[in-house]
Design a protein around this ligand. Structure first.
Ligand code: NAD
Length: 409
């Protein structure tokens, strides 16, 4: 039995079954449905939408959802960007919440505008304190960082921890994490829990303390770099000279590692190339590289996105859609992010989007038939945004703060 009855007329949120290849996550999990229904919303979930994430239809029904048309809601909550067929099912006036890849999926963004959909991209939610609970880039990067460390441990033909046994002593594995953002920090923490000796490098010196607080060592590279922190706490792109110097210095260090977990990214750009073919050659046979940047081209020169390859006796894993490999918890965290965003859009059970709110303005990609997000407009080849009714269309959604790249998920 549903725990609470929805009030007729109150906002309906619907959740379709994901159709993108390999996508196992679902936008809302039963726990979150229960909270939304408790708050007076109606929730419709497509049959089987949560099955790949271990959430079956009867559990959604017990939480108060109706099993039905996943595109029927005033608000449609999804994980992956919609296909053109799905955009056709959305239609004018609908609100869509999903990862939309606003800077790289120009066709999707144009189609959403043409269809008259009001769309909000999870990756474009400004990363400010107030919006932390909605930060799906962080929640999904937590999953991928954890998973990357497990893949490295699983693939390495050596122990991660130090062992003292009757058959002799085993030295701990040396792991290097490149890029200490959300995924990198989680990879460090997980590798440390497994007993590896961990070093990490990032071009933002602010993360040194965070790396050390996790029991890892900050790898000092003599790059002559002041600091490469740019707007929004993200890294800036290094110059070609700086990158070249970094690659040379890293190649030597990498040769001493058993495993490298590469997570370096610059929003809206292809992943920086950090691990050269020479660096791979420097590693001992059996060593492992897990390249989380494979989604945007890879941090390693030899990465083949979506594949696991062995080059120069080193295993190089380039996972795509990694968050889906832990679909239950990835969905649970994502659903909490969506819930927080929905709470910002609802007043007394009804849809009420305040476009003066910087979180909603920052995340809004299309509205009233227009692309209103500045970065997405540029990516779609549209001119500068026209001032909207509030005079601010797109003006706050600077591309450098606004999420920005395909989610490394
Ligand atoms: P990201 O995925 O964009 O990048 C991953 C890491 O790669 C970053 O730490 C970046 O500095 C690093 N990097 C880029 N180029 C590099 C290079 N050439 N060599 C080595 N490392 C390189 O980052 P992210 O995990 O999405 O987060 C980045 C930052 O965003 C955070 O550390 C934080 O400052 C900010 N953030 C803020 C909030 C919030 O306030 N709500 C939440 C999450 C993140």
């Amino acid at each position: 039995m549903p725990r609470s009855q929805p009030h007729a007329g109150f906002m309906n949120v619907s959740v379709p079954k994901e159709t993108a290849s390999g996508e196992r996550r679902v936008a809302l999990v039963p726990d979150v449905v229960e909270r939304l229904v408790g708050g007076g919303l109606q929730v419709t979930v497509e049959a089987g939408a949560g099955a790949a994430a271990s959430h079956l239809d009867p559990t959604y029904e017990q939480a108060g959802a109706t099993i039905g048309d996943g595109f029927s809601g005033e608000v449609v909550a999804k994980v992956a960007p919609p296909s053109s067929e799905e955009i056709g099912r959305l239609g004018r006036g609908k609100v869509l919440i999903a990862f939309l890849q606003p800077l790289t999926a120009a066709d999707t963004v144009r189609a959403l505008a043409e269809a008259g959909v009001t769309s909000f991209a999870m990756e474009a939610i400004p990363r400010i304190s107030r919006a932390q609970s909605m930060d799906a880039l962080s929640s999904q990067a937590t999953v991928t960082g954890y998973r990357a460390a497990l893949i490295a441990a699983q693939r390495l033909p050596r122990f991660f921890p130090m062992l003292t046994t009757a058959a002799g002593t085993v030295r701990p594995a040396k792991v290097l994490v490149l890029g200490a953002g959300v995924a990198g920090l989680q990879a460090i923490a997980t590798s440390r829990r497994l007993g590896a000796v961990v070093q990490a490098f990032d071009v933002r010196s602010a993360v040194k303390e965070q790396i050390e607080s996790l029991g890892a060592r900050f790898l000092e590279l003599d790059m002559g770099l002041e600091d490469a922190e740019a707007a929004g706490g993200y890294a800036r792109q290094l110059t070609e000279e700086e990158q070249q110097r970094q690659r040379e210095l890293l190649a030597e260090e990498i040769g001493r590692m058993d495993a490298v977990i590469a997570t370096a990214a610059v929003p809206g750009r292809p992943a920086p190339l950090l691990v050269t073919e020479q660096a791979v050659k420097n590693m001992s046979p059996g060593s492992v590289i897990v390249d989380l940047a494979a989604e945007t081209g890879g941090n390693c020169e030899l990465t083949e996105p979506g594949e696991t390859v062995v080059k120069d006796d080193v295993t190089i894993v380039g996972p795509l859609g990694l968050a889906s490999s832990m679909a239950d918890h990835a969905s649970a965290l994502y659903a909490r992010n969506v819930q927080s965003l929905l709470e910002l859009m609802v007043s007394e059970g009804e849809l009420s989007v305040d476009f003066d709110d910087e979180v909603l303005t920052g995340a809004c990609i299309t509205r009233d038939g227009e692309i209103v997000h500045e970065g997405a407009r540029q990516a779609a080849g549209a001119g500068p945004a026209q001032p909207d009714k509030s005079g601010e269309a797109g003006s706050r959604a600077r591309s450098e703060d606004a999420g920005l790249e395909a989610p490394r998920s």
